[in-house]
Ligand binder design. Structure first.
Ligand code: BG6
Length: 487
């Protein structure tokens, strides 16, 4: 259909009777035909948030400052100098937010604990009042029959530790493991699934390399490579500490945004190129965790800037995990290329479809097929959770006669979710062991350096009034959960 004739038919539709009059309750609704993509029984549907992005209440109950407080209060670092001092005020409104989740029908909630609430100075004496907030949250989740899934570090490092070098300080891994051990000792009677760290690259490379995230440093390459290594070591030490401290059986993993690679064409040569690419472009973090080594190509490329490490450290880093959490937003096509690399990551044409996060969130549903598939074929991972997947839309709250409180009709988010879920189900049907999915995010929230300019929520938040308004995508996701399937 030509654009002009489409407009004509849209005008015809606008003149048609209101939908409500077409669907009077006595009418027989049409039967749904076709075969939906079904998820396995017991598949865990969830949603995800992170402490600094939703809690607010940055001074409540003895919480210490974090690097994100410092960074966001430094002029010029975030969009319009916005901070998360209040953000969703979930610290005070968590009951309302759990009620939203109950209405949504999710069975799991991935949230993070703010290290500076538990140890305001990063180490030393714990602050029981800080932990009490999470106990109240856990009570509420339990009453709503929602399983808590907890991330220990989602970037809000206590500022006191940053003052001693943060993740560049070789002592950081032990500080992190101590915080993990204490928190797990207090909460493992209520939480079985623990993740150490969320997305190494987003706080190490972006925070210590590019300076676009807290703490906003631009270290020389050799120092940055060593910082990456110390972050991995912190993860491995925490895995061991969690297991040692747990009072009940627990499952331990991490939440990682593995840079994606997918075959541009699904034939053996392209698939092989994608396998090689995936392993190499993840050499700095995920491959090291999975294999207990840095690839030759990684070390060779870095030359004198390569990290210094011992075999004992690599052993700690590769401590086996119970599950792998992967945050999936996009991926990138790969084609075969001559040796020595064997692959080429295809630059995206300028017209490549994207979300409101135009610089990085490219629409590529095959990500939820290929990323889990590659981690399971390359490393034999037996249990995978999609710990984040979501979409930023240019959401608009529309007020009309039928919706005086306003409504967000975010059909682009639904388009994204539907297609990513279809591809996820394709992988599961192929035998890829994905056990659950956590949609990012329950609420619009503080999106780091983007401030409040990017909205990822299933629920629209008015940041002046804190009013929550579920979007159309909220209804879409609820339908997916209710039917355990997607069309
Ligand atoms: C993930 C993070 O990388 O992406 C989330 O784990 C974040 O914390 C989400 O909110 C969206 O990214 P951004 O950069 O738009 O905030």
């Amino acid at each position: 259909m030509q654009r002009r004739s489409f407009l004509k038919s849209a005008a015809t539709l606008a003149a048609a009777p209101a939908l409500s009059s077409l669907f009077d309750s006595s009418a027989q609704l049409p039967a749904i035909t076709g075969t939906p993509a079904r998820f396995p029984e017991g598949f865990l549907w969830g949603t995800a948030t992170a402490a600094y992005q939703v809690e607010g209440a940055v001074h409540a109950d003895g919480r210490g400052p974090s690097v994100w407080d410092t960074f966001s209060h430094t002029p010029g670092k975030t969009f319009h100098n916005e901070t998360a001092d209040v953000t969703d005020d979930d610290f005070h409104r968590y009951k309302q937010d759990v009620a939203l989740m109950k209405d949504l029908g999710v069975q799991g909630y991935r949230f993070s604990i703010a290290w500076p609430r538990v140890f305001p100075q990063g180490t030393g004496t714990p602050n029981p009042k800080g932990l009490d907030f999470y106990k109240r949250l856990l009570d509420e989740l339990q009453a709503a029959n929602i399983q808590p899934v907890c991330t220990l570090f989602h970037w809000d490092l206590p500022q006191a530790l940053q003052d001693k070098g943060g993740w560049t300080n070789p002592a950081i891994g032990h500080a992190f493991a101590d915080y993990a051990a204490y928190t797990v000792s207090q909460l493992s009677d209520r939480i079985t699934h623990w993740m150490t760290i969320n997305e190494f690259g987003s706080y190490i490379d972006a925070g210590y390399g590019e300076g676009i995230s807290a703490p906003g440093l631009r270290l020389p390459r050799a120092e940055l490579m060593q910082t990456r290594h110390l972050a991995l070591l912190g993860h491995g030490l925490a895995v061991q500490a969690i297991r040692a401290a747990a009072k009940n059986p627990v499952e331990v993993g991490l939440a990682h945004d593995a840079p994606g690679a997918m075959p541009a064409i699904e034939d053996p040569a392209h698939i092989r190129a994608a396998e090689i690419a995936f392993r190499e472009i993840n050499a700095q973090y995920l491959t090291a965790i999975m294999e207990g080594r840095y690839t030759d190509r990684y070390l060779h490329t870095l030359g004198a800037d390569a990290p210094h490490f011992t075999d004992a450290e690599l052993k700690i880093i590769s401590t086996p995990l119970d599950f792998l959490g992967i945050n999936i937003y996009t991926t990138q096509e790969v084609i075969p290329a001559p040796a020595p690399d064997h692959f080429l990551q295809v630059p995206r044409p300028a017209s490549y479809p994207h979300a409101a996060s135009r610089d990085w969130l490219f629409f590529n549903p095959q990500a939820t097929y290929w990323t889990p598939k590659l981690v399971s074929t390359l490393w034999g991972v037996k249990k995978i959770y999609i710990t984040e997947n979501g979409y930023s839309s240019d959401d608009v709250l529309r007020v009309d006669a039928q919706n005086p409180g306003g409504r967000v009709l975010d059909t682009d988010r639904i388009l994204y979710l539907r297609n990513y879920l279809v591809q996820l189900q394709r992988g599961i049907a192929d035998g890829v062991p994905v056990h659950g999915y956590f949609l990012w995010s329950l609420l619009d929230n503080f999106e780091w350096a983007s401030g409040f300019s990017k909205r990822f929520g299933l629920t629209y938040v008015d940041f002046q009034t804190e009013k929550r308004t579920p979007k159309l995508s909220f209804d879409f996701y609820r339908h997916v959960i209710q039917t355990n399937s997607v069309f």
